[in-house]
Design a binder for this molecule. Structure first.
Ligand SMILES: *Cc1c(COP(=O)(O)O)cnc(C)c1O
Length: 402
């Protein structure tokens, strides 16, 4: 895969937009319109036929949304990108595009809860089956492939245990068997990991998270290696299922994304401080952070990621009651799902994001009752550590009683 023509920090501000085509407007204009007028009936005919360039109707393309799509294609080294109304709309679009009845999807051992829900529905309604396997070595992946397998669907790092998939191994096996590779890159953002450069065919994001970074948009992005194939998805699944992104959300995303690199550097710096604090706290039993020499797959992390991002999961002494008491004792850190915002957020996977997973499967995935996931934000790290320290102090007497 070719490297981008400019560095990410530059591309994220400039690529995909030319002010000369928009009345010299420095900021990308918001084209808040559902439809576009044709000068003549013949021009309308030509646009529908694809023999002349131009907009038709915002479900088929919108200039504001197109800037975001072109920029994301550049950031992920893809041939084309499509913006959707949510991360899940991009997940469903690529799965619908790649599969048909009778096919099999091989997934990493952990996938986003709603992606799992969608695959269960596809199995029940359309006989498209799936398996979840650990993907750390080529042998593990190879042994789970079936004759009807069509794609590898990968999330790395895996939420919330930060287990990694070896992308190089996955791509090698996929090439050998003619399988497509899809990577959900939400946790890393294009700043820290570029699966297409490592040989994947598609990369997708919940743009709701780090890409937007300001907690005010729900959106999704799908980037593909091949421009023609992305155009085909635009004019089939995206057009006909219709899960498009609104122009206003694209506009907010273009604004939020301009600081992705600046924000990610601070998320990482803050996460490191919080990590060091958690390591010396006696009540912390286990810590999960991919970019740490104690992570069992740190070598994989270093090969495919430029940094560990802002998510840290940790287990404390005790169970659910103690975890809930700890969360309730926090005052600055907000109890909320989602991630990648300026605000530091904490959630309890066993009772929140992974509550639908049966307890036995949860245990197998390493999601215990006292596990919490922290999305380290952009506040001053001393204030975050102060809040965490106070919460540990508050639960200490309870734990000593027990
Ligand atoms: C949030 C999330 C999704 C779903 O995205 P939405 O924008 O909420 O639809 C998919 N994958 C991962 C890893 C996520 O964190």
């Amino acid at each position: 895969m070719e490297k981008p023509s400019v560095n990410l920090e530059t591309a994220i501000i400039h690529k995909g937009y030319d002010s000369k085509q928009h009345h010299d407007s420095l900021a990308t204009p918001l084209y808040q319109t559902s439809t576009f007028s044709f000068s003549t009936a013949e021009e309308g005919e030509d646009r529908f036929a694809g023999t002349c360039e131009g907009n038709i109707y915002s479900r088929l393309g919108n200039p504001t949304v197109r800037v975001l799509e072109d920029r994301m294609a550049e950031l992920e080294s893809g041939g084309g990108a499509l913006a959707f109304g949510s991360g899940m709309a991009s997940v469903s679009a690529i799965l619908i595009h790649l599969t048909k009845s009778g096919d099999h999807v091989l997934c990493s051992r952990g996938i986003y809860g709603c992606t799992f829900g969608l695959l269960e529905m596809m199995e029940e309604k359309y006989a498209i089956s799936h398996d979840l396997v650990s993907m750390t070595t080529e042998e593990e992946i190879e042994s789970a492939i079936r004759p009807e397998t069509v794609c590898l669907y990968i999330e790395t790092p895996i939420n919330p245990t930060m287990e990694l998939v070896n992308l190089e191994a996955a791509v090698n096996v996929a090439k050998k068997h003619g399988l497509r590779v899809v990577v959900d890159n939400t946790f890393s953002s294009p700043y820290l990991q570029n699966p297409l450069q490592l040989g994947a065919d598609f990369v997708l994001h919940s743009a709701t998270k780090y890409l937007n970074g300001h907690g005010d948009v729900v959106g999704g992005i799908l980037v593909g290696k091949d421009a023609d194939e992305m155009q085909e998805i635009r004019m089939t699944v995206q057009k006909d299922v219709g899960g498009i992104m609104s122009p206003f959300d694209a506009w907010l995303l273009l604004r939020g994304m301009k600081t992705l690199h600046v924000r990610m550097d601070r998320h990482i710096a803050n996460a490191k401080q919080v990590l060091e604090f958690l390591k010396q706290e006696a009540l912390v039993k286990k810590i999960f952070y991919p970019y740490d020499e104690n992570h069992p797959q740190f070598d994989i992390a270093k090969r495919q990621m430029r940094g560990g991002g802002g998510l840290i999961s940790f287990e404390i002494e005790g169970g659910k009651k103690e975890a809930q008491a700890f969360m309730n004792a926090l005052s600055l850190i907000q109890i909320a799902v989602s991630l990648g915002d300026a605000e530091t957020l904490i959630q309890h996977p066993a009772s929140m994001t992974h509550a639908v997973v049966p307890p036995e499967s949860r245990e197998k995935m390493g999601i215990t009752e006292s596990l919490m996931r922290l999305s380290v934000g952009l506040e001053h790290s001393d204030d975050l550590i102060g809040d965490l320290a106070a919460a540990f102090e508050a639960v200490k007497p309870k734990l000593q009683e027990a």
